[in-house]
Design a protein around this ligand. Structure first.
Ligand code: ZN
Ligand code: ZN
Length: 127
């Protein structure tokens, strides 16, 4: 009876294939077919992210175009005092609808003199 000779590569209890199971397989990019570990190559992944950003910006723009304009007009039309300086209406210093949280399109609006709003810029309240 000849001694059993293991074929080369089968001595290790864990085969290289089993070792690499946790590693993701490369997949072809959905756009160009280039192999990468994601569903798209780096270039096209970045493009998808850019498109997502553009869509987000468009949503924000749409918001500003409709509801925001109505709210801003209402704030200006009903303004009594400036929320920054506390004064009433001034000649040659029209009301503006100011964001209480600068940079946040959903922030509540309050009336402010144009000059006060400009002086405040994008600084948060109290600064
Ligand atoms: Zn690609
Ligand atoms: Zn003011």
């Amino acid at each position: 009876m000849p001694p059993f000779i293991a074929p080369p590569g089968s001595l290790s209890p864990i085969s290289p294939e089993k070792n690499s199971v946790k590693m993701a397989f490369k997949k072809p990019c959905l756009d160009c077919g280039k192999l990468s570990y994601e569903s798209r190559c780096e270039l096209h992944r970045r493009r998808v992210e850019q498109l997502r950003d553009i869509k987000r910006a468009e949503k924000k723009k749409a918001y500003y175009n409709t509801d925001y304009r109505k709210r801003a007009k209402l704030v200006r039309d009903t303004a009594i005092v400036c929320h920054i300086c506390g004064d009433g209406a001034r000649l040659n210093d029209p009301w503006q609808a100011d964001h209480l949280e600068p940079g946040n399109p959903l922030s509540p609006l309050a009336a402010a003199h144009r000059s006060c709003n400009a002086a405040r810029g994008n600084k948060p309240l109290g600064n």
